[in-house]
Design a protein around this ligand. Sequence first.
Ligand SMILES: [Zn+2]
Length: 78
Amino acid sequence: MRLALLVVVVAVLVLLLPTLLRRLAAPAARPARSLPDELVKDPVCQTYVVKSRAVTRASADGTRYFCSAECAGRFTGD
Ligand SMILES: [Zn+2]
């Protein structure tokens, strides 16, 4: 059963390698698509808010971002 173990180890390495390489390849340059200070629009009051600080709610169209819990509550109807 040593071969089966080897196959599992190789499979895990192959699955983890792209993630590890991505981390090693870009330690200084952050990926442009996920900037921490990316601005997102509040669909309730139309205000632009910093994504990392926005109040989030999951919706059918994906995650929605709000400036406050009040706006999030208005959007979801709570
Ligand atoms: Zn708002």
